[in-house]
Design a protein around this ligand. Structure first.
Ligand SMILES: [Zn+2]
Length: 622
């Protein structure tokens, strides 16, 4: 299940809805958006097969008592067990497909009666069902008059915060805009808080009062005072611990993996670091065993300094704090070499301790930044024959940052960063040799049948993991017929952990990783306006593959073209091969769920992917 494009009008929704309800629906999708292949005739698939039986009312989504986060409308879906029943939800008619499936996009019931009341009828048969919902608590209103009200839950800083003594910490509270708010330190000194209006800077929330205070002033308990007229509300501000009260602190990120053995091959495990403490995306990936300076805490998150110009946030349970007095890691990058091997070349940089690093691809260059490192490479050995590495240069791009720039002789196909025998190794992968007539011949393609764990379920109970395996098996056959070797990350109904899948593909030497999924939406998003086919990537190098496969799927399935999307997904982050995730159709859409049960549509999905892979490798530059 993933995100969707904005701006598709309600009119489109109405059109699609009308189409399904009006006639014995031939599942003719809304006219696919024009693409280069628009010459292709829109595929036609069998109509939804009629089901007749007893009225059997079922709601698949939402589960009873679910918390629904939506503005004014949301969806509910399920089945009535027979295609000739009528369904009414909270007094509104919801179309039923010939197979009994239904999907309602309905205005939310009032907050004081958060229930869906469903009635299904056919002749004298009637089935009723009530589905309860929970709406998140609304933010308390803070009126300009009446008794003084303060949003006590909004007080910041929260508990469990730690910073360096000189760090500025935000003190904030939500209170009426016409009150006055102060922070009073333990020593009695006072500091006013302000809101955007009072500062004359427009646009912000006029009830959000803030000021910034040094952490050392918050190590002792202070308080926030909100006053209006004779009303006064006082709240204690939690203490902020000081990370550097006993000098700098260090921690080890992740546990050092044991050296690889035939039974426990090498691992790609890295620990993700984020730019912000809450809701942060994954941006940096640290090798297990990397030592970092710890400069802050916020709840379960720990702030780490990679060097003087970069601080990141890590999950606290991924960091083992070293005792007081532990000294800083010393990283000096020594004499380096480039070793040219069959499928890749390796830049090997010896140093005493694992550095945090970042790799950036810039056209025909790869830039490797080593944080907290001093470069001291006097000699750098290159292979006399190397079809991917032209040369390597290095610079000290910051007092604590060494930069190695690899000039490429050919486009990079993939890379991996490892720590091996006291050296940081940047492995640079060459593109495979491709036969233009049979572009997939001799290649290894990893096909990843999405889920379990997790996964969505359709209105009549089709589980995403069942459909993705069926489609993946068809894709396997199509790719093998085109000369590829296929590595399946899942071949049974058993769950395969998310993190293991790309690693299995890497170990299999895959040249591409394709994950097969079916889409669904978050509450409050109109499925009739947002359904279609989409493809996801994380590494820029996967964009051409994403485009080629997206085009193939739209061509073969004929659903709306939702384009390709950058998304920070676990299976897409590895960099050894181009990796994409396909959301070919929406299992929550009754008509698409019905299609996904048919061999013809499953085959169309698989064929679209296979043709996209062929196109990508045929056009691959070496
Ligand atoms: Zn999925």
């Amino acid at each position: 299940m993933r995100s969707f494009p904005a701006g598709l009008s309600r009119a489109v929704a109405a059109l699609v809805l009308a189409g399904c309800a009006a006639s014995a629906p031939r599942v003719t999708p809304a006219a696919p958006l024009v693409t280069e292949d628009s010459a292709v005739v829109a595929p036609r698939f069998a109509a939804v097969a009629a089901v007749r039986g007893a009225v059997n009312l079922r709601v698949v989504y939402p589960p009873d008592g679910a918390t629904i986060v939506a503005r004014d409308s949301t969806f509910i879906f399920g089945s009535v067990g027979t295609g000739d029943a009528r369904l009414v939800i909270n007094g509104m008619d919801v179309p039923v497909l010939p197979n009994g499936a239904w999907l309602g996009w309905l205005p939310l019931p009032p907050r004081d009666r958060p229930t869906w009341s469903l009635v299904a009828t056919r002749g004298a048969d009637t089935a009723r069902l009530v589905r309860r919902m929970v709406f998140p608590a609304a933010r308390p209103a803070l009126p300009d008059d009446g008794p003084l009200r303060v949003d006590t839950a909004s007080l910041r800083p929260g508990t469990r915060e730690a910073r360096l003594a000189g760090d500025l910490v935000r003190v904030s509270i939500r209170a009426p805009r016409n009150a006055s708010v102060e922070w009073i330190a333990a020593d009695g000194s006072r500091r006013p808080l302000h809101h955007s209006l009072s500062l004359g800077v427009g646009g912000g929330d006029p009830t959000q009062w803030t000021t910034d205070v040094e952490a050392r002033a918050l190590r002792l308990a202070g308080r926030v005072e909100v006053v209006r007229g004779s009303d006064r509300v006082t709240l204690s501000t939690p203490r902020v611990a000081l990370m550097d009260s006993a000098g700098p602190r260090y921690g080890v990120v992740g546990e050092v993996a044991p050296p690889p053995t035939p039974f426990a091959p090498d691992s790609d495990r890295v620990i993700s670091a984020r730019p912000v403490a809450s809701g942060g995306t994954y941006k940096w990936f640290l090798l297990p065993g990397t030592v970092v300076e710890l400069t802050g805490r916020s709840g379960d998150m720990v702030r780490a300094r990679l060097d003087r110009d970069l601080e990141v946030w890590l999950v606290g349970s991924d960091v083992r704090e070293l005792p007081v007095g532990a000294s800083a890691p010393v990283r000096v990058a020594g004499n380096a070499r480039v070793v040219a091997r069959g499928e890749w070349s390796e830049l090997v940089i010896p140093m005493a301790e694992r550095p945090a690093y970042a790799v950036e691809e810039r056209g025909d260059e790869v830039v490797l930044d080593l944080f907290g490192t001093v470069g001291n490479t006097d000699i750098l050995n290159l292979a006399s024959v190397d079809s991917i590495v032209r040369h390597v240069s290095w610079s000290q791009s910051g007092r604590e940052r060494a930069r190695y720039t690899v000039a490429l002789r050919a486009p990079l196909f993939g890379y991996a960063v490892r720590w091996e025998r006291g050296a940081l190794v940047l492995r640079l992968r060459r593109a495979p040799v491709v036969q233009v007539a049979r572009p997939l011949a001799g290649l290894i393609i990893a096909v990843d049948a999405g889920h379990p764990p997790a996964g969505s379920t359709g209105p009549t109970g089709l589980y995403e993991g069942v459909a993705t395996l069926a489609i993946s098996e068809r894709l396997q056959r199509l790719l093998e017929a085109r000369g590829a070797t296929v590595y399946m990350t899942r071949t049974t109904a058993e769950a395969v952990p998310l993190g293991d899948r790309p690693e299995m593909a890497r170990r299999a030497g895959a040249h591409a990783f394709v994950s097969i999924h079916l889409n669904a939406l978050p509450d409050g998003v109109n499925p009739y306006a947002a359904h279609g086919t989409g493809t996801y990537y994380f590494n820029d190098r996967a964009v051409p593959l994403a485009r080629a496969v997206q085009r193939g799927m739209v061509r073969r399935m004929g659903l709306r073209d939702l384009g390709i999307n950058y998304d920070n997904l676990a299976v897409l982050r590895p960099t050894w091969m181009p990796s994409i995730l396909c959301e070919g159709a929406f299992v929550m859409m009754p008509d698409q769920e019905a299609l996904l049960r048919t061999p013809a549509f499953q085959e169309a999905y698989a064929l679209g992917v296979a043709e996209g892979l062929e196109r990508y490798f045929r056009e691959l530059r070496r």
